[in-house]
Design a protein around this ligand. Structure first.
Ligand code: ZN
Ligand code: FE
Length: 260
């Protein structure tokens, strides 16, 4: 008896609001579709209907309105089930099922693993589809950047980013915002001699001048170029004036980015 392996999930990505991305994750074998965060319900519902996909789930990464603000409208239109961070249950009133690290979500034949990544918000979670090397990281990790520390400490965010850094290098990182060009300018300011970063930054300028997205990015590339994934790098520690101190280096670089 021979069984076909489940078809790989399809990701459909499209711009929302000023600089957010919307993502629909579709399981071709069962037709189930998850919407990762809900920045703009009208746009998201329109994209789903263009593709003939019915949204059956929402996966929230955190409570900010550009991530969970469209939950009610999308549930109203589709009857979907909403998953989101246990730590933000009181802030996202529309959650049906709370998730936290160790939980696994099923979308038809697709499974996603939840990681807790506090720092940007206190309860932020990310969703990892290991079988397809996909990571939906919300506002924790950006191409050449990371989220602002609104509710967490530098130590928490550095721990969260190290969890993401330990995923396989080929992992596609689906960040929630197109912030890459500004992030590249900052990254070059703290790591000007990094040849791989220089090449990446010029590619980004080229892509953006053509109006193309720089998301998703690949983790292996980020590991070599994103200053927020490299607080244990000796050269960056020296630049930050924090030799031997990963958290101190991370905190200093994050602080410099806030002022950049
Ligand atoms: Zn946010
Ligand atoms: Fe956001």
């Amino acid at each position: 008896m021979f069984t076909n392996p489940p078809a790989r999930p399809i990701v459909h990505q499209f711009p929302c609001l000023k600089d957010n991305y919307g993502f629909l994750l579709h399981d071709p074998s069962t037709g189930e579709t998850a919407c990762i965060d809900t920045p703009d319900p009208a746009v998201i519902l329109g994209e789903a209907s263009k593709l003939g996909w019915r949204i059956t789930q929402i996966w929230n990464t955190h409570w900010h309105p550009d991530h969970a603000g469209g939950n009610a409208a999308i549930r109203e239109a589709t009857g979907c089930v909403i998953y989101g961070p246990r730590g933000e249950e009181d802030r996202i009133r529309s959650l049906d099922t709370c998730v936290e690290e160790g939980d696994v979500i099923r979308l038809g034949d697709v499974t996603a693993r939840v990681l807790d990544t506090p720092g940007h918000t206190a309860g932020h979670v990310v969703y990892i589809v290991d079988a397809a090397n996909l990571a939906f990281v919300g506002d924790t990790l950006f191409a050449l950047g990371c989220g602002r520390l609104f509710e967490g400490t530098p130590a928490q965010m550095w721990t969260s980013l190290q969890k993401l850094r330990s995923l396989p290098g080929e992992t596609l990182i689906y960040c929630a915002h197109e912030y890459t060009a500004a992030n590249a300018a900052f990254a070059l300011s703290v790591d000007p001699d990094n040849a791989e970063l220089q090449a990446y930054a010029s590619e980004i300028r080229e892509q953006r001048s053509l109006g193309r997205p720089t998301v998703p990015t690949r983790l292996d590339r980020e590991k070599n170029t994103n200053p927020f994934l490299r607080a244990d790098d000796r050269r960056l520690q020296a630049t930050a004036g924090q030799p031997g101190d990963e958290v101190g280096t991370f905190a200093e670089i994050r602080e410099r980015k806030n002022r950049f």
